[in-house]
Design a protein around this ligand. Sequence first.
Ligand SMILES: [Zn+2]
Length: 142
Amino acid sequence: MNPRRRRQVVTTVFDGRTHHVALCRGERDGLPVFGWGEAPSTLLTRSQLREVGLRPNGQDPLALLVFRHVKPYARETVAELFSVERAAAKRPPVPGQLDRAMEARRTCVDCSEVQDYCVPTSTRQCWACFEGEHAGRVEVAA
Ligand SMILES: [Zn+2]
């Protein structure tokens, strides 16, 4: 074996969507250990997730990232790696998404008109359509 080559073993990591076959540096606590820049691109540390507006979302770490800080002590650091696929957005939904969802809740299933109030989830009808449909019955009951 070439002594200049770092000892590496083949591992598979499932990120929730894709099985990645990658070379790692062994295992620690049952998790594959990657060097800096060696982990599959869909695995990010907690702080890397934060940088792109995501959070781990309660998932268990899939792997470990081992690297050395350049300054000040060159000490070894171990960071947990999480799947981007299983991460959740840290920020609330963008306004456009929210508007569309609200518009759907204000749209009557009968006349397809967007009302200025949320239509009842039981009927999904605006009051005008609801009353029109039930007027006959109300008169009979009265
Ligand atoms: Zn209506």
